[in-house]
Write a protein that binds this ligand. Sequence first.
Ligand code: 5RP
Length: 273
Amino acid sequence: MDWGLANRMHRLFSPSSGNSVMLAVDHGYFMGPTHHLEDARATIAPLLPHADAVALTRGILRRCVDPTTSTPVVLRVSGGVTVLKEDLSDEAITTSMEEAARLNVSAVALSVFVGAPHEHESLVHLGELVDGGEEYGIPVMAITAVGKELEKRDQRYLALACRVSAELGAHLVKTYYCDGFAKVVEACPVPIVVAGGPKLDSDEAALTLARDAIDAGAHGIDMGRNIWQSDHPVPMLKALRAIVHDRATVREALAVLEREKGRPRAVPPTPAA
Ligand code: 5RP
């Protein structure tokens, strides 16, 4: 692996645990103003210092994130379709590798739609993006099973989607947890991080999902709604960190959550005009 690409990969994963807690706030690129992400700046600011990376689009990065941040950025570069369309798989690459380099990001991300009408295009886009990523030293994260593909997320489907992504050169893969997840991890030669999916019934359920994913060999999480749609986003993020980095049990993570709920919320500094 080229030095620049290796260096950017190392920014994303903690040297001590080898894992990463990524904060996903890219939902608006096809879902619009998602619940609790309407004011993206207000949602992101208090969470950012506690995340190992933030995953978003260039529009939200430029408008809603202070450029003094030291949190690494995973830039979503695919899009072109919204929830108003029946077929969500008709995506293209919407942001160039030159733009990603200009924004000093640590990785770029695109969705791949295995088994969907535009499977072929999305996989070709992945290959082309990896060519650009290798040229610029920027890792590429393939995101599997977004949107309607989620309905198919059993172990066979996710193992196929993750393995195909790695075969085409993805440097890391984001996918969803499923029963038998260890087999998905075993068959994928690059690190896997796990998304949370729609808000679960409780914070405990989301912590359990993270615990199970780490136990099965995931290298972390790239989670959104189960953090910022929680009643306690920062305590929730800290509880997830305990699981991902400190191998906390769900019970121990719940204790972190309760302790952090009792702390006064720090007010993030107002960015310079
Ligand atoms: C949406 C995405 C999200 O980043 C991904 O689904 C993770 O967020 P959540 O935990 O809310 O599912 O790729 O396009």
